[in-house]
Ligand binder design. Structure first.
Ligand SMILES: Nc1ncnc2c1ncn2[C@@H]1O[C@H](COP(=O)(O)OP(=O)(O)OP(=O)(O)O)[C@@H](O)[C@H]1O
Ligand SMILES: [Zn+2]
Length: 691
């Protein structure tokens, strides 16, 4: 007697097969069981999926090859989360399911899985009820109020709460206490952070608090074996706490009792390839589905979250003052228009700012200088023939890196040694234009001294300086230990770190996002600057002297006016008004269709054909399809990239439309066979973050 089952397998998106496939099994298999099944000429890993196969009874099905029975089936709730993700973001169920499981699972047979699990159980430390109770600080009144409210709501039904707390207000303490409550009730807690480099710090804080409890992390920086081990620990219910980046939202946790999303506004929560999901949004879905409260924490909530809190769909919990009562840093705008110009170029750092940093050094305090551009200079230029260091494969400049004397494309990676002379005209005098963190570091080193006349200690933290494993930790350690006077860095250093000695933060050149074509650029800039400001004066004793300097050509811009007052509400309200008038999120819903091709014509042609198909579909009048436009960096690695925006005032209407449109696009791509029409890939991005 055989039974028919559904199995979610990874079918490439372009095949258009998104639903689970039908197989035959010798026995009943619980949904969520891992199996190996034949697919074409290969054997692949799949997940037994809930629901009955729809195939007619006379269709002959292939049998399941092997069952990984050592692994307890994935919970029903996990399957539903995957199914929701696939449907909402328009991907295949199997594609999502397999891409969020640890890759190592696919390589192991049943016996190997059994061994891993046995080993994990053997080595897993027993919870130690005798463990010394850690010191917990008494809560501030605001922290208590937030936690009481959360507990009270949670006794009713799991709420989604926005924890809106200014920088340094002790949001992490609220997460810790909420997690304590979940653990005390025998539940597991999931804590998401935006960046890998914030996980060690948070892990340390949780480990310190939860002595005798088990904590695992999940992020892409783990080795495959570590990732499998930690994933298994969560899935088997051994781990009490799971900390991780966006992919951790899919961790299988049988006793989930709390989800925290720290810095919920951060764009890193959006996956940018494959299934382009928002881990923040999925966390909210998951919390609802599994009856776990969700805490979205931020000093500068995303406009979407802020809007939902205003509508009363999320509960708002506020922490409006810093721990210890310290002030937020005083914001000083430096009007770059007033600086004397040398040969038409203004210096990188305004003299008053340099003097202010110098003062900090004399007092033994630290400064953080922030510039969102790594390398020495964004472009190299020949004054004679106007040659510039463009990338031959991308519509972008190659960045000059002085340390290893290279020109590097930050989009495709194309790297060459810096030419001695202009490659066009032979002129020896080629010069860098603009500045990145390397150059800023060099300039500051030339300007700053300690009181005894020796050079100031300057450290640079960016993606280049932290390429080697362990370097970031070492550099941050030096900052915390006070071995650094001035920290230069990209946005990497502006997030989350609890620096205690920094009393001055400076943004050297933040203006470029003010006039970006991306409607979210101001929101992102505001969050970034507030976040950066929040690194100063975290020690209440120094807060009075703490300052945030912003060098700008537009000192009267409303964004900076709101920043000066630390007025998130005013900023959010003005942005919301603009968005409402322009019909943009959170007042409208967007999807972006992207197409990559060898030529602009092919990419545009595909999108135009897609738009024609769209206009014929039922429900087409509920959506608006805009004309195709090139991406901001249109060509990367010799591929032309175009995109087309789809908008609707109704999320449901947009979803319904997309589910009809997607299958036609698979066909459309196959039809366009002629070399001049061929597209390499296409993808839809639902709720795109950058436009
Ligand atoms: N109730 C408390 N009593 C004493 N110290 C506290 C308390 N709560 C938090 N702190 C301390 O205050 C500092 C700031 O807290 P935390 O890092 O949680 O702030 P935050 O709101 O997450 O800030 P940011 O958004 O800037 O990252 C930390 O050093 C933390 O240990
Ligand atoms: Zn390139």
């Amino acid at each position: 007697m055989t039974v028919r089952i559904r199995v979610a397998v990874e079918t490439p998106q372009h095949t258009g097969l998104g639903a689970p496939l039908s197989y035959e099994s010798e026995r009943e298999l619980a949904p969520g069981t891992l199996v190996h099944v034949p697919l074409g000429r290969r054997e692949v890993t799949g997940v037994v999926w809930p629901g009955e196969p729809e195939d007619a009874a006379d269709v002959v099905l292939k049998p399941v090859s092997r069952v990984l029975s050592a692994l307890p089936p994935l919970p029903r709730a996990w399957c539903e989360l995957v199914e929701f993700t696939a449907a909402y973001y328009q991907r295949g169920v199997g594609e999502v399911a397999l891409s969020v499981l640890p890759p190592e699972l696919r390589k192991l047979d049943d016996e190997q899985v059994a061994n891993r699990i046995a080993k994990l159980h053997r080595k897993w430390p027993q919870p130690d009820p005798q463990a010394a109770r850690p010191q917990t600080p008494p809560l501030s009144p605001e922290q208590s109020a937030a936690l009481d409210r959360l507990a009270q709501l949670n006794s009713d039904s799991a709420p989604t709460a926005l924890l809106h707390g200014v920088t340094g207000s002790g949001k992490t303490e609220v997460y810790l206490r909420a997690a304590e409550q979940a653990l005390a009730a025998g539940k597991q807690a999931l804590v998401l952070v935006p960046e890998i480099n914030l996980t060690p710090q948070l892990e340390a804080r949780f480990a310190e608090r939860f002595v005798g409890r088990s904590i695992v992390s999940l992020h892409s920086g783990l080795t495959p074996a570590q990732r499998l081990r930690n994933w298994l620990a969560a899935h088997l219910g051994l781990a009490d706490l799971v900390l991780g980046t966006r992919l951790a939202v899919f961790a299988s946790m049988p006793r989930l009792g709390l989800i925290v999303v720290d810095e919920e506004h951060d764009p890193s929560y959006k996956q940018q390839e494959g299934a382009r999901y928002s881990a923040r949004d999925l966390a909210v879905y998951r919390g609802k589905r599994e009856g776990a409260p969700v805490l979205l924490g931020s000093a500068t909530p995303s406009l979407e979250t802020w809007h939902r809190a205003n509508e009363g769909r999320y509960v708002r919990l506020s922490l409006s003052s810093r721990i210890g009562g310290g002030a937020l840093p005083r914001v000083r705008l430096v009007d770059m228009n007033l600086l004397p110009k040398t040969r038409g170029v203004t210096t990188a750092m305004a003299p008053p700012l340099v003097a202010a940093i110098q003062e900090r050094i004399a007092r033994g305090e630290q400064s953080l200088v922030f510039l969102n551009r790594r390398g020495y200079a964004p472009v190299l230029h020949c004054g004679d023939c106007a040659w510039k260091s463009g990338c031959p494969h991308c519509s972008a400049w190659r960045v000059f890196h002085k340390l290893d004397r290279t020109l590097r494309c930050h989009h495709c990676g194309f790297t060459e040694r810096v030419p001695r002379a202009c490659p066009e005209c032979g002129n020896l005098d080629i010069a860098p234009i603009g500045r990145g963190t390397e150059r800023l570091e060099e300039q500051l080193a030339g300007m700053l001294q300690t009181p005894d006349g020796s050079a100031a200690r300057i450290a640079r933290i960016d993606a280049d300086s932290t390429r080697l494993k362990g370097t970031l930790e070492a550099q941050l350690g030096a900052v915390h230990a006070g071995d650094v006077d001035v920290l230069v860095g990209t946005q990497m250093v502006t997030k989350g770190h609890d620096f205690r000695r920094i009393t001055l933060v400076a943004a050297v050149n933040p203006d470029s996002s003010l006039f970006s074509s991306d409607f979210r650029a101001p929101e992102r800039l505001f969050a970034l600057l507030m976040q950066a400001a929040g690194r100063a004066g975290r020690d209440a004793a120094q807060a009075e002297r703490s300052e945030m300097w912003v060098q700008t050509w537009y000192p009267t811009h409303p964004l900076y006016a709101a920043l000066r007052r630390h007025d998130f509400e005013a900023f959010a309200q003005s942005q919301a008004k603009e968005r409402e008038m322009a019909g943009l999120p959170p007042y409208a819903h967007l999807a972006m269709l992207r197409a990559d091709a060898k030529t602009v014509e092919a990419a545009r042609g595909f999108l135009q054909a897609a738009a024609e198909v769209a206009s014929e579909l039922p429900g087409a009048d509920a959506v608006m399809v805009y004309p195709p436009v090139p991406l901001h960096v249109a060509r990367v690695a010799d591929v032309e990239r175009m995109q087309m925006l789809v908008e609707s005032s109704s999320r449901v209407a947009l979803q319904r439309f997309l589910s009809l449109w997607m299958p036609t696009l698979h066909e459309l791509r196959l039809q366009r066979k002629a070399p001049e029409q061929r597209v390499l890939r296409w993808a839809v991005d639902v709720d795109p973050l950058s436009i």
